[in-house]
Design a protein around this ligand. Sequence first.
Ligand SMILES: CC(C)(COP(=O)(O)OP(=O)(O)OC[C@H]1O[C@@H](n2cnc3c(N)ncnc32)[C@H](O)[C@@H]1OP(=O)(O)O)[C@@H](O)C(=O)NCCC(=O)NCCS
Length: 178
Amino acid sequence: MSRLLKVYRNRNYVWPDDVRPPARTLELRPITRENVGQVEGLRNASVAATFRRFLDSRRFGVFAVVEGAVVGHAWVTAPADRPQVVNTYAKLTAGESLIHYCYVAPEQRGRGLYAQMLHETTAWAREQGATRVTVDTSADNTASQKGIQRAGFTEVAPTTSVVVGRRLAYIKRGELPT
Ligand SMILES: CC(C)(COP(=O)(O)OP(=O)(O)OC[C@H]1O[C@@H](n2cnc3c(N)ncnc32)[C@H](O)[C@@H]1OP(=O)(O)O)[C@@H](O)C(=O)NCCC(=O)NCCS
């Protein structure tokens, strides 16, 4: 049963409309079919397979690179022209992009690499015409929440999603945490 039914309690954040994402100061490398295998050193082959699926669905990803080594990654969905469900649990409005699947190597955490990847993926989504760029994280992921807020995103209502199999069965917006 637990494999069939999954509950996602997420906090959600949007990039402010009138702000241009800051330029990067770190090496960020777009993820391509040629370099996608580089994630295996940081994560594993199964993550690389997931990334290949992302590339097939018009998503944009970046690697963070420090001293030549891949030490982080982040992805964003292309804005769609109609409402869509992505990653089984997230319901996006027309024109909305979702930043997801972010990771920084444990030894590189706390240096703001996350913010740079969030800015780069936001800038890409905007260039593709996104009218809203959202990033979400689970309600218990304090490190991610702090990083997202420090990067300049604004918190919006949290969501609870219930996924049965691979189908979004229910989604509810809650009140902003005080
Ligand atoms: C969430 C994550 C991407 C943040 O990356 P980061 O580059 O370390 O982000 P930041 O430098 O902005 O730090 C964010 C917070 O992480 C925490 N942090 C700092 N150093 C840390 C370390 N060495 N180890 C773990 N967490 C640390 C701090 O709470 C920090 O916020 P604060 O400085 O205001 O207290 C990273 O912790 C990670 O990969 N976690 C595992 C995967 C994950 O949760 N991904 C996000 C899913 S949405």
